[in-house]
Design a protein around this ligand. Structure first.
Ligand code: ADP
Ligand code: MG
Length: 477
């Protein structure tokens, strides 16, 4: 297996056992840079990451490599400042599971995975409940449970609805549609439902996918002529969880297939749970028949947590990681990191790691230093490349990047191509000749014309604006 794929696989596994904040903090800009005779060298960007990977996560990384049948003799974590080619940077590390299925250069088409627990056997010493429960489910992170979810005014409705679904699956709250901004607990709640359902009844076929994964699986099934097994897999579920449904906007074929799956499951009294960044009405480019179905059951939102809830979350997470934080520090963090809960976790993780590494007690001055160094409110990723723009734009429109760079002039391709060029100009400030070169060696006048055209359209076309925003969101802009 090549190093890039190998590392992607390890990351994919670890993401399920490590908290998201930890995952992002420690795996950013890491890569396997060599593997020879069982000696593996992992590049890490700084001493903190080296320390963390070596000491905290080394065992898990090793286990994951072992599971792939490699005879590993040693793993060295080496600090490199220059980012090696094929690094799991930016988009890749942000969500490797998604990246693994969306980034065409990193994967070959993946077979549709079976629902339900598919890991052959648990580790010795696991209890039956653990084996039967979330720990062995390929798509569910056992860390996302109801127990670890802090309830406050901002999310109590969604929380109550999620619990009701576990108690009465397929009944009143079907589908359950949870919506709200980034990092506010949608994925956590939906996964908690999945975990609880399996704990309740291990034979339940639960499947969790992001709508991007769903789209990719469907497109692959079309390409490999396996639509039948795709349909079979999905129509035989007991619980179907689809995350970030907004990305189905504009995917007509996938929407069509999803519509049939939805109906089959709904009629059979199977539970469907979805999330989105907006309420069904506001999701752009969704067929009306889907929209109306999404509104059939229960719609609940998650909002930004208030100060008290933020403080409670920090308190809870600090305790869980074995750190004692005086209340004034909890409050300071809660006051200063307001954007969302993911950011809150990130700030706390950094604080804990920093203090551990430097053998310091957490203090206001440390927090202030760290918060000052972070860009509050979520900075943009530095890893955006023309390539990423091309890949993600293509994926958004259910096309291949090579369609965008090809000579084809079908309208279905021309507009996405123009959008990709526009984003390159707007976000990366590339020159027109460069943009032309990136989209299949086109002339600079073509690039210029495309960018101007999209700019003009944007003045009048709200849908186009929403669409471009969604593409940008995927590129992490
Ligand atoms: P979303 O899917 O809405 O973008 P996530 O569910 O991924 O957000 O949440 C981001 C992070 O914040 C996750 O690590 C999650 O566990 C944590 N989180 C979100 N809401 C809560 C909450 N109410 N209590 C505890 N942790 C939370
Ligand atoms: Mg989510």
């Amino acid at each position: 297996m090549d190093s890039r794929k190998l590392w992607q696989t390890v990351l994919g596994e670890l993401e399920l056992s490590v908290s998201r904040a930890n995952f992002r903090t420690w795996f950013k800009d890491t890569a396997i840079i060599s593997q020879e005779n069982g000696h593996i060298v992992v590049a890490v960007p700084n001493p903190m990451a080296k320390n963390w990977l070596e000491n905290k996560l080394g065992g898990d990384i090793r286990k994951s490599l072992d599971r792939m049948g490699l005879a590993i003799k040693s793993i060295e974590y080496r600090i490199t400042t220059a980012r090696p080619a094929g690094t799991a940077a930016g988009v890749g590390v942000k969500d490797p599971l998604i990246a693994a299925v969306t980034a065409p250069q990193t994967t070959t088409p993946q077979p549709v995975r079976a629902a339900g627990p598919t890991h052959p056997a648990g580790a010795p010493g696991q209890t039956r409940a653990q084996l039967a429960g979330a720990a062995s489910h390929p798509q569910l992170n056992p860390r996302y449970s109801f127990d670890t979810f802090v309830v406050g005014p901002s999310n109590e409705m969604a929380y109550a609805a999620a619990q009701a679904v576990v108690r009465y699956p397929g009944e009143k709250y079907n589908p359950l549609f949870i919506y709200g901004g980034v990092g506010l607990g949608k994925t956590h709640l939906m996964q908690a439902i999945g975990n609880a359902m399996i704990q309740q009844d291990a034979s339940k076929r639960v499947r969790y996918v992001t709508s991007e994964q769903l789209t990719n699986e469907f497109v692959n099934s079309l390409q490999t002529k396996k639509t039948k097994s795709f349909a079979e897999l999905y129509r035989n579920l007991d619980v179907f969880i689809v995350d970030d449904i907004q990305f189905l906007g504009n995917k007509e074929r996938t929407q069509e297939e999803f519509f049939h799956t939805f109906n089959a499951l709904h009629q059979a009294g199977k539970q469907i749970i979805m999330s989105s960044d907006k309420p069904p009405k506001a999701v752009p480019h969704l067929e009306d028949r889907l929209r109306s179905r999404f509104e059939m059951g229960m719609t609940a939102d998650v909002q930004r947590p208030d100060l008290e809830t933020r403080a409670a979350i920090i308190q809870r997470k600090a305790i869980a990681s074995g750190t004692r934080l005086p209340f004034e520090l909890v409050e300071y963090l809660a006051r200063h990191v307001q954007q969302n809960i993911r950011e809150l976790e990130g700030a706390l993780t950094q604080l804990i790691a920093y203090c551990e590494l430097h053998r310091l007690e957490p203090s206001l001055s440390v927090i202030k230093g760290l918060l000052g160094a972070r860009s509050l409110g979520g900075g943009r990723s530095k890893a955006v490349t023309p390539r990423a723009i091309l890949d993600k734009t293509a994926a958004y429109f259910e096309l291949l990047p090579t369609d965008l760079t090809s000579a084809r002039r079908d309208r279905d391709i021309v507009v996405p191509r123009q959008i990709a060029m526009f984003i390159m100009r707007e976000e990366l400030g590339l020159s027109y000749p460069k943009i032309g070169a990136y989209v299949g060696g086109r002339d600079h006048t073509t690039a210029m014309h495309s960018c101007t055209k999209i700019e003009k359209l944007l003045e009048v076309d709200e849908d186009l604006r929403a669409e471009i925003n969604q593409v940008k969101e995927r590129i992490n802009l």
